[in-house]
Design a protein around this ligand. Structure first.
Ligand SMILES: NC(=O)c1ccc[n+]([C@@H]2O[C@H](COP(=O)([O-])OP(=O)(O)OC[C@H]3O[C@@H](n4cnc5c(N)ncnc54)[C@H](OP(=O)(O)O)[C@@H]3O)[C@@H](O)[C@H]2O)c1
Length: 324
């Protein structure tokens, strides 16, 4: 099969198209013929060798795919050849096939296109579990979503609206903010030319944000932390800016603020029902037309490095897909 392979960690130039042996299903696993693989921020970190998961070399990145099952291991009883699935592959997704354990599969709705299915689970479920379960976002609360034009940011805007919040989207360019507005954001802030703290205070009538969803870190995090209402919650999703902010605990004390860590991958094993219930709910909302992934660009397999660069260089809005 064809696969984009990294033989040495480093720049994205190290990602090369190769022909390698087809994978074989383990007894408790399946082989998925991949139709689409989503690009995630983690792909670029994995190629660099700086991500928390370090696959053994050589490897193909690509951690969420959609396709059809082409082979089933002898101990697998609940999946069949031909089933349409989404798989959390961890890596190996920028390839024609991937072997995965059966427990990382989700059945996808009948009419859901493979591009939508590949773009769906990680971003939507990250936003959903973070806002609903960890931050306990309530109807009519003020939610600020930072990096609202990015993968998890844009889904957080949609989920925030579905949970009944009033949403303020922040981003570094007007094109991304226009898409966030289309997805339901009530107000927008361009943090390259507007003061986040001042604008949040203005939009909330001086109250401040009840919840801040932050995948960006750095100054965007620091400024929005200063615009949180008493008993507000700051939920830490990631550090796309590359700047991991430090928090002064006396500021939390005087304003009764919670700073909440969140890593969605934890729920693949720990309290797994939280992830399963979230994905089931999200597929229902998709079928009802309440949410739909915003796919910004689709690249062929041999242009995977370009696809990852698009994300890394802040050129993408929503999701980028590699079509196999
Ligand atoms: N905690 C979890 O479970 C979880 C799950 C998924 C993702 N994440 C993390 O969340 C973060 C965002 O992921 P994503 O998939 O949404 O990525 P993305 O689509 O690239 O979005 C990131 C956004 O961050 C903003 N940004 C600000 N400074 C940036 C910089 N120096 N470089 C790149 N982007 C910058 C960009 O918006 P502007 O250009 O508008 O500033 C961009 O749209 C990553 O750190 C990722 O690892 C965490």
């Amino acid at each position: 099969m064809k696969a984009m392979i990294v033989r040495e960690c480093g720049s994205l130039e190290n990602l090369k198209l190769e022909t390698i042996a087809d994978p074989i299903a383990a007894d408790d696993g399946v082989v998925v013929d991949i139709h689409s693989c989503a690009v995630n921020f983690a792909d670029s970190l994995m190629v660099e060798g700086t991500y928390q998961i370090k696959p053994p070399l050589p490897f193909s990145p690509g951690l969420e795919v959609a396709g059809t099952i082409s082979e089933v291991g002898k101990d697998v009883t609940d999946w069949q050849v031909g089933d349409r699935v989404q798989a959390l592959s961890n890596w190996g997704g920028f390839a024609e096939k991937v072997a995965v354990p059966a427990h990382v599969l989700f059945a996808i709705p009948d009419h859901m296109p493979y591009d939508d299915a590949a773009a769906f689970v990680i971003t939507y479920s990250t936003s959903h579990v973070a806002l609903d379960y960890r931050a306990q976002l309530k109807k009519d609360e003020w939610l600020v979503v930072n990096g609202a034009g990015g993968g998890v940011g844009l889904t957080a805007v949609e989920i925030g609206k579905l949970l009944g919040a009033k949403v303020i989207a922040t981003a570094g360019c007007d094109e991304k903010l226009a898409v966030a507005k289309n997805k339901g954001a009530d107000f927008t802030i361009n943090y390259n030319r507007e003061d986040i703290r001042e604008k949040i205070k203005e939009y909330t009538g001086g109250k401040g944000a009840n919840v801040v969803f932050d995948p960006v870190g750095g100054d965007v995090f620091r400024q929005s932390l200063r615009a949180i209402a008493p008993e507000g919650r700051m939920i830490i999703i990631g550090f796309a800016s590359g700047d991991i902010p430090q928090v002064l605990t006396n500021h939390l004390l005087v304003k009764n603020i919670d700073v909440i860590g969140f890593y969605w991958g934890t729920y693949k094993t720990y309290k797994r029902h939280i992830m399963e219930n979230s994905v089931a709910q999200l597929f229902e909302w998709y079928k009802e037309g309440k949410i739909s992934p915003h796919i910004n660009a689709v690249f062929p397999l041999e242009k995977t490095a370009e696809a990852i660069y698009t994300l890394k260089n802040r050129k993408s809005v929503g999701k980028v897909i590699v079509k196999i």
